[in-house]
Design a protein around this ligand. Structure first.
Ligand code: C2E
Ligand code: CA
Ligand code: CA
Length: 762
């Protein structure tokens, strides 16, 4: 019997050792603690088995004491395991307290070998083997029992609590460990009633450790996984349905139920599946994907569905499943982005890209019809913003969009091309000029006050040539506006062939520009400027294009064009240099009292470094800067007033004379006078050519001349054509005259012949 016990203990110990090694590779947060549990169980088994070994009384007492100590540590490990398994964070201090108690008990049990205060030995025999039996001594034995049993009670309470408190789904997880613990404890208590001389509880500890190990590391409650999977599948945005080989629907998740509105009756889905298979045998089905758009809760949802056949390891068809991935969010986001890319943020109507795309589509879908393209432009919209504020400016743009939205017929496309430019594309038969004149008038009222009256121009390209791109159609309509740009009365203007011819001519001029410049086709003409005493003081340099085929082209035909396409600076720099070359020549002839004034286009300020260019020129040709006068228009000055004030100061400090050209043609002439310190004021021709209200304009001229004098500026009047004008201007105090009355612009050679002797001209 004793031998049987010994062998059984050893075999179980060996099994537990093997298990301890085996679980080494399992990656689980509790693997280590279960290994500790196994180790304690092995210690208990082996130390307890020593009871039947003939090792003498003292040895037996010592080993039995160590066995009892091992049970202390076993239950502490059990307690640590329980806390971690059920994941409770408290009780750490309690565990430490029990560790201290177990340590004290261990020492006390070792000391017991000599003091026998906990237990003593008593011999008994099984068969003919003498075995060791401990005789407990109270009350000290009670302390050991307390240290060994209290943690067990705590562990049972922890598990019991968890089993009753946890959700049903997770109960199985704790239940299995809890029940195996109860059984072991019950067996442990039960065997004591058998009153066997041999303590078999370590064997029960081993079983407990094995069952804990199994439930913790290996066992996965089937119901739990199924439930978790089912929850996962139902909570997904994606739809899932599975069919067996026979086409029976074995699973659908909630999304599919909603999509097919099936409830628990899956026959509808099976019918759908049959229809989808369309007579194909299971083995003929291959993986496929497609897009499905379906209404869900009244909203469109976009699914990408994939069908996959399920095959076993031998490649036999065992079933199939569909996964419908819900891409609604992505697609809606994409649509939003597309919408944003094609619509104007402020007004919500098409932007340039959207408009062009939409018109192109219409032309593709219905190429037979006749169409008309309209573009609108608000004259000086910048002023609206300045006078009424940007907010009001935005409001006006929104109101225009609103008007288009409410008043255009179906099939008409409209959009906002740029800041204040709108485009409308419509069937020609729907276009009525009066309608747009009326709209433009209505809109003008949105931003008008005593000083400003908003004007909207409409450019119309009727019966568009469909070979043209949409952008070109818009350009044509906008070009039509150019014709009436400065007209406050005419609202609608049409694109026509003449305009197109004009553009062709312009394009030709642009194409020939570089060659003309190198061939010297641009000639400097000089127009004399004479004093009150009718003595020529100097001249304004005015350009003429001596075209080999066309003849002389006046500056009005190319200067505004070159300004528009930013070529002007090349021409201006060329003329400036011509003027300097001439001044140098005069200087070498000893004629240093004649000046030349050159024009600086408003665009030049953006395209060249004015100061650097002019200072370089006078240094290069070694001329007196006072002989080179610079005409800067009032509009150019006002564009960036602070920068211009600084520039003019620098130019004057260097010695140049600065003239304010076209004074009186801008809208803030008085401000110009106030802010700019120039040398000369050139009165705009417009003042002199006035036929109506002559008295009033003369009064203005008189006042401006007087004011200029007070500000230290000398005054040149341009466009002087009659002797009356000369008389009047002389009376007002004007210093210098320029005009046909004295001389027209002429080639330099003629000018030199006529005036270089300072002859009075008349
Ligand atoms: P602007 O600077 O105001 O030049 C005066 C213009 O008035 C010249 O026209 C001149 O011929 C014209 N004019 C002079 N006296 C009279 C007159 O008594 N009656 C009338 N009806 N007209 C008179 P032009 O030469 O045709 O030049 C026109 C404009 O072209 C100039 O106006 C100027 O702004 C621009 N321009 C001419 N050459 C150049 C140049 O080389 N560079 C730049 N940037 N602009 C130039
Ligand atoms: Ca000028
Ligand atoms: Ca002028």
């Amino acid at each position: 019997m004793a031998q049987l016990f010994l062998w059984t203990s050893n075999i179980i110990a060996v099994i537990v050792i093997i298990l301890t090694i085996k679980i080494r590779k399992i990656k689980h947060e509790l693997t280590k603690i279960i290994q500790c549990l196994y180790t304690c169980a092995i210690a208990c088994i082996l130390l307890n088995a020593a009871d039947v070994l003939p090792i003498g009384e003292t040895g037996s007492v010592l080993l039995h004491g160590l066995y009892l100590a091992a049970t202390d540590w076993l239950v502490i490990v059990l307690m640590v395991y329980a806390r971690r398994y059920v994941r409770i964070n408290f009780g750490k201090k309690l565990t430490i307290a029990f560790c201290v108690l177990a340590l004290a008990d261990t020492i006390s049990l070792v000391v017991n070998t000599f003091t026998r205060h906990i237990f003593d030995s008593q011999s008994a025999s099984i068969g003919n083997t003498n075995i060791f039996v401990a005789r407990m001594k109270f009350p000290m034995y009670i302390t050991h029992l307390a240290v060994a049993y209290l943690p067990v009670i705590i562990v049972l309470v922890i598990f019991g609590y968890k089993v009753f408190r946890t959700t049903k789904m997770y109960r199985t997880k704790y239940q299995s460990v809890f029940v195996s613990l109860i059984l072991i404890v019950a067996a442990n208590i039960g065997y004591r009633f058998l009153k066997t001389p041999i303590d078999i509880s370590p064997i029960l500890y081993a079983f407990m450790a094995i069952s804990i190990c199994y439930f913790t590391l290996y066992y996965v409650p089937r119901g739990l996984v199924a439930k978790l999977l089912s929850h996962t599948l139902n909570d997904m945005d994606n739809g899932i349905m599975c069919f067996d080989r026979e086409g029976k629907c074995v699973y659908v998740n909630a999304v599919i139920k909603r999509l097919f509105n099936t409830g628990d009756d899956l026959s509808k889905i099976e019918k759908n599946y049959e229809a989808w298979k369309n007579g194909r045998k299971p083995e003929e089905l291959t993986e496929e994907s497609w897009r499905d758009d379906k209404m869900l809760n009244g909203e469109m949802n976009y699914f990408y569905t994939t069908f996959k056949p399920l095959l076993d390891e031998n490649g036999n068809h065992v079933g199939a499943f569909f996964v419908s991935e819900n891409h609604t969010r992505d697609i809606l986001e994409l649509k939003k982005q597309q919408y944003r890319a094609l619509h104007d943020k402020l007004t919500g109507i098409y932007n340039r890209e959207g408009f062009i795309e939409r018109v192109s589509r219409t032309l593709e879908q219905n190429p037979e019809a006749d169409y008309t393209m309209l573009c609108t432009d608000i004259k000086d919209f910048k002023l609206v913003n300045e006078l009424f504020g940007e907010k009001r400016g935005d409001e006006i743009l929104m109101q225009i969009a609103d008007l288009l939205l409410k008043n255009t017929s179906r099939g008409t496309i409209y959009g906002r091309l740029g800041t204040d430019r709108f485009a409308i594309f419509m069937r020609t038969e729907l276009y009525h000029e009066e309608m747009f004149v009326e709209y433009a008038k209505q809109l003008s009222k949105l931003a008008s006050n005593d000083v400003y009256h908003m004007v909207i121009h409409v450019g119309v390209y009727k019966n568009v040539n469909k070979q043209h791109s949409v952008a070109t159609m818009c350009d044509h309509a906008l070009l039509a506006i150019n014709k009436i740009k400065d007209d406050y009365q005419q609202i609608v203007s049409y694109y026509d062939e003449a305009l197109s011819q004009n553009i062709k001519n312009e394009n030709q001029l642009i194409g020939e520009f570089d060659k003309a410049l190198t061939n010297g086709e641009f000639c400097m003409f000089l127009q004399a400027q004479v004093s009150r005493e009718h003595v020529v003081q100097g001249a304004e340099a005015l350009t003429r294009w001596m075209h080999p085929d066309v003849g002389m082209i006046p500056p009005v035909s190319f200067i505004p064009l070159f300004e528009r396409i930013s070529l002007i600076h090349k021409l201006d720099m060329y003329i400036w240099e011509q003027a300097c070359i001439k001044l140098k020549e005069w200087k070498e002839q000893g004629k240093t009292d004649m000046y030349i004034s050159v024009n600086i286009s408003p665009k030049d300020f953006y395209l060249v470094d004015i100061y650097a260019t002019f200072t370089m020129l006078v240094k290069k040709y070694d001329i007196n800067p006072a002989n080179l006068r610079l005409e800067i228009t009032e509009t150019a000055l006002m564009a960036d007033i602070n920068k211009q004030i600084e520039l003019i100061e620098k130019l004057r400090a260097f010695g140049f004379a600065v003239e304010i050209d076209d004074f009186g043609s801008g809208y803030s002439s008085l401000n110009t006078l106030k802010d700019i310190h120039a040398d000369v004021l050139k009165l705009d021709m417009g003042f002199l050519s006035q036929t109506e209200f002559k008295d009033r304009s003369n009064a203005v001229i008189d006042a401006v001349v007087t004011l200029s004098k007070q500000l230290g500026l000398s005054v040149i009047s341009e466009g002087v054509e009659t002797s009356e004008q000369v008389d009047f201007l002389t009376k007002t105090g004007c210093d210098v005259f320029q005009g046909y009355y004295f001389a027209r612009p002429m080639p330099v050679k003629d000018f030199e012949e006529k005036y270089m002797n300072n002859v009075v001209s008349e």
